[in-house]
Ligand binder design. Structure first.
Ligand SMILES: CC(=O)SCCNC(=O)CCNC(=O)[C@H](O)C(C)(C)COP(=O)(O)OP(=O)(O)OC[C@H]1O[C@@H](n2cnc3c(N)ncnc32)[C@H](O)[C@@H]1OP(=O)(O)O
Ligand SMILES: O=CC(=O)O
Ligand SMILES: [Mg+2]
Length: 725
């Protein structure tokens, strides 16, 4: 239990109190006393509204459950009318255009990958910020993007056969992104800059130039023998790195040692579903890392391959322009912070009645306060060239909740003496009530919105929970082909385009949750660009360096122009519920589904509850490592709860499955010295009990969220561990 300091009528955990007074406030120009007294006022005025919105969520869900029980014979028209009556489907909002100002180019104008990273992990967070630039050769060589066929194995020391395949791939990329006149980059033997243009000497002794000379953006070194040639395609930079003395450069006839790609244009520093932050200590770690990123002084020391590494933020990159001027490019990704949603309360601050305060409000204050350091330019780097602070708001249901976020942002701006609309909002479109009323939601934040993003993972969890009573859901892996999901994705783009997102805000697509399957990602994720997404989520810097290739292949602006000609309403399709009509699953198929879900739940939860790790790679039943976070947990736990509710499986069967899978997960983690096995004593394992709660209490969890149980059980595990010490 934390020690609390009384300040005014608030009780603040001392670790948070010290952090704010000693680290976050100094340098922001804000008066300490005023800050604390205004924080108290903020909580006292906004908490009741926050609670009322949560109560409304519960009321709506209860009504939906009761309606189905009373209307056994499901008729779509009646269902839709009922949803309108209870305010779940809001009246159609009038047309409008968003008017967000001061949006950085990475968000408004450029299209490219968005990396997500748990901000409590400084090493990963720094890596993510630095993933603005990534090596194409490393991304190809180190992943399955290049096949291991024909002697091109990855394991062991450098394999020149594999290296050759990488170089071939890279030259094909150059031919696509910066084609030469009538010849391939494969024929290049020397790159030079002559009179401000790229001149490429070819193997036959002739010289070729670029098809489009304006693609040359700069260079480094002697123009005759440059060490770097900076090119630009679809507004994205990339650099041919030349070094004939380098082990790889030596093998290349033009001396090319790598292609450096502008990759993660933006990064989401996540304080939400990929972190496990349950008390003041955890929250301070999250906030302190964000402070280090905003001041530019975050460092991480760790050992890797027997070397001690100190990681810091990368500097900007400098070049000479084709016409001889000095130019610089951002060395780091533009950072957003994802705060928590409206649901959770935090024990880091207690209100005058001793109640925990809304965590989403606390996050908004702290993230913005810390963001002010970067705005004032007191640190090493400035995150936003346009004076904005970027905040992602997840898990909102409907327009009243968006309006509440806007009100909170207004209040926080006033409190922190920031100009109106300094705080920008990215709205996660990941709850059914938001997808259906997206236009009305956007309208509530139309002066500050910078993205809508289809968080299809949470969205799938909400789909299952909302329609829990309607029937048994189709199998998890078939969800992505279902009508509701496809139309939700399309509708998000249509609504964004109609509201004027082009050149002002991102239309974002969801996460690639298979971090090791890069070949498959290269094949599939271009679908996000074809669908009109100006960005899409990737789980790692490597994935960012590969996904950016899609934005070189297609110009999203052109795609959007075509899509904009056929904008139409898709609400009826979004309302198509993914229940299995007369399911004919065999007992084996049912068991396989349960095994898969149970393994994912346990593999994730055990690290969350016992070790406080909020995002993990967990092998699925086919041994494919899946990125699991709280949203994927929501799906798996709700899916089992749904099948149990409809008698597809029994509680005993689920418990047996969980026990059997606990043994599998224990084995998978055998090499981790910090791991606590679950199967040695199921009753004593807090993690195992958490997994059981998530499933067996899944029906009654608010909107099927996993946070309340995870937080409760993590606090229990922490308390148990401190007694054991
Ligand atoms: C539904 C949603 O809300 S999705 C959003 C939440 N999800 C996320 O944020 C996903 C973030 N990704 C991750 O946390 C990780 O990639 C995981 C957990 C999936 C896999 O992690 P690991 O098993 O450690 O990955 P792996 O061993 O392959 O690679 C580790 C290396 O990649 C880097 N790395 C991996 N993921 C990231 C990331 N997201 N950002 C920055 N660096 C990363 C690490 O820094 C490390 O490199 P280093 O040794 O130089 O520091
Ligand atoms: O937050 C992302 C999601 O898919 O959920
Ligand atoms: Mg989500």
């Amino acid at each position: 239990m934390a020690n609390y300091v009384k300040i005014g009528n608030l009780n603040v955990a001392d670790v948070l109190y010290q952090f704010i007074n000693d680290e976050a406030l100094p340098g922001t120009g804000l008066d300490r006393e005023k800050f604390w007294s205004e924080l108290e006022t903020l909580f006292s005025e906004l908490t009741p509204k926050n609670k009322q919105l949560l109560a409304q969520r519960d009321e709506i869900q209860d009504k939906i459950n009761v309606w189905k029980r009373e209307n056994r014979d499901f008729r779509f028209e009646n269902y839709k009318l009922f949803l309108q009556e209870i305010g779940y489907l809001e009246p159609e909002a009038e047309d409008f255009q968003i008017s967000t100002e001061n949006v950085d180019d990475e968000v408004a104008l450029k299209a490219g990958p968005q990396l997500v990273v748990p901000v409590d992990n400084a090493r990963y967070a720094l890596n993510a910020a630095n993933a603005r630039w990534g090596s194409l050769y490393d991304a190809l060589y180190g992943t399955d993007a290049i096949s291991e066929e024909d002697g091109a194995q990855r394991a062991g020391s450098y394999n020149p056969i594999r290296g050759e395949k990488v170089i071939t791939f890279a030259k094909e990329f150059l031919d696509l992104a910066a084609p030469l006149k009538q010849i391939s980059h494969k024929n290049a033997v020397k790159y030079s800059i002559v009179e401000g243009k790229l001149a490429v000497l070819l193997s036959d002794g002739t010289t070729a130039g670029l098809q489009d000379d304006s693609k040359l953006a700069g260079y480094n070194g002697n123009p005759e023998n440059p060490t770097a040639i900076l090119l630009k395609n679809n507004d994205l930079y990339f650099e041919i790195e030349v070094d004939r003395s380098h082990p790889i450069g030596k093998t290349d006839q033009a001396g090319v040692k790598d292609i450096l790609l502008e990759a993660a244009l933006t990064t989401i520093m996540d304080c939400e579903d990929s972190v496990a932050a349950v008390d003041a200590d955890d929250k301070v770690l999250v906030y302190r890392n964000w402070l280090g990123l905003m001041k530019g002084n975050l460092t991480a020391n760790f050992s890797k391959n027997n070397n001690t590494v100190t990681r810091t933020l990368n500097p900007d990159r400098f070049y000479t322009s084709p016409t001889g001027e000095d130019i610089s490019l951002e060395g780091r990704s533009l950072m957003f912070a994802r705060v928590v949603g409206h649901l959770m309360m935090s024990n880091a601050i207690l209100d005058p009645d001793g109640n925990e305060v809304p965590e989403g409000i606390m996050d908004t204050v702290l993230i913005s306060l810390i963001g002010k350091h970067s705005l004032l330019g007191t640190g090493k780097y400035q995150n936003s060239a346009k004076g904005s602070i970027y905040i992602v708001k997840p898990k909102m249901h409907g327009s009243k909740e968006a309006a509440f976020a806007n009100e909170t942002f207004n209040r926080v701006e006033d409190m922190l003496e920031l100009e109106r609309y300094t705080l920008k909002i990215g709205v996660m479109d990941e709850e059914r009530r938001t997808s259906l009323n997206l236009k009305a939601c956007i309208r509530e934040v139309k002066q500050r919105i910078v993205f809508i993003n289809t968080g299809f993972l949470d969205r799938t969890g909400d789909e299952i929970h909302t329609s829990m009573e309607i029937g048994p859901m189709i199998r998890k892996n078939t969800m992505k082909f279902s009508t509701w999901l496809q139309s939700y994705e399309k509708s998000n783009v249509f609504v964004g385009l109609a509201a004027g997102f082009q050149n002002r805000a991102q239309i974002g697509k969801g996460m690639w949750a298979m971090p090791d399957l890069m070949d498959e990602m290269l094949k599939q994720k271009i679908g996000h660009v074809k669908a009109g997404g100006t960005t899409a989520w990737v789980p790692s810097p490597t994935a960012a360096a590969l996904h950016v290739l899609h934005y070189h292949q297609l110009n999203v602006k052109r795609v959007q122009e075509i899509l904009a000609k056929d904008i139409h309403d898709l609400k009826d399709d979004i309302l198509n519920i993914p229940v299995a009509e007369n399911p004919t699953w065999t007992p084996e198929e049912i068991q396989q589904e349960l095994d898969n879900n149970a393994q994912g739940i346990l593999g994730y939860v055990v690290r969350w509850v016992d070790q406080g790790i909020g995002c993990s790679k967990v092998p699925d039943i086919n041994n494919v490592g899946l990125m699991e976070d709280r949203a994927t947990l929501r799906i798996s736990s709700q899916h089992i709860a749904n099948w149990m509710h409809h008698g597809i499986c029994t509680k005993d069967q689920v418990l047996d499955t969980l026990k059997r899978m606990a043994k599998v997960v224990d084995q998978q983690n055998a090499g981790d010295s910090a791991y606590r096995p679950m199967a040695t004593d199921y009753n004593q394992s807090v993690a195992f009990q958490a997994a059981c709660d998530l499933v067996f209490e899944g029906y009654v969890q608010p909107n099927g969220y996993t946070e309340p149980i995870l937080h409760r059980r993590r606090l229990e595990a922490k308390a148990k561990m401190s007694v054991e010490k």
